[in-house]
Write a protein that binds this ligand. Sequence first.
Ligand code: GDP
Ligand code: MG
Length: 154
Amino acid sequence: MAASEQTFIAIKPDGVQRGLIGPIISRFEQRGFKLAAIKLTSPGKAHLEAHYADLSEKPFFPSLIEYMNSGPICAMIWEGRDAVKTGRAILGATNPLASAPGTIRGDYAIDVGRNVCHGSDSVENAQKEIALWFKEGEAVSYKAAQFDWIYEKP
Ligand code: GDP
Ligand code: MG
């Protein structure tokens, strides 16, 4: 598991409007993960449908797209060892009522249709999502000053 594993994390429109960009970023920073890219974006319906293509047959799909299209999204790439799996753990369960306190959804959300954040569910999907949301060159490569204090071995 390389310390360079990347995951796509997004703060959904409710998280942005509720002023949760700072608190959500803080959790990833404080854990030791490194921010590789960030932007506030309203990518439109077609892009959001592509992002959630796997869920297109679900009854909640139209309302999910409407929710995601209801305001700007804070799109990010976070990097670090086991970033995909640990990123999901930091987010909490999909349904906030089943999310443990201490997770983002467990602390900030109640309804599954307003669950504040997105995180990739596999390394393969992370790569696909990063390619969908970011252009080549938008992610920056740098060594974080704290790297050797976070990792025993690279
Ligand atoms: P995630 O990977 O934890 O975000 O969960 P999924 O990939 O299964 O679903 C994507 C998103 O669709 C979730 O984060 C929710 O916002 C929404 N969603 C999932 N299941 C439901 C549901 O049963 N009802 C509604 N209204 N939304 C749902
Ligand atoms: Mg998912």
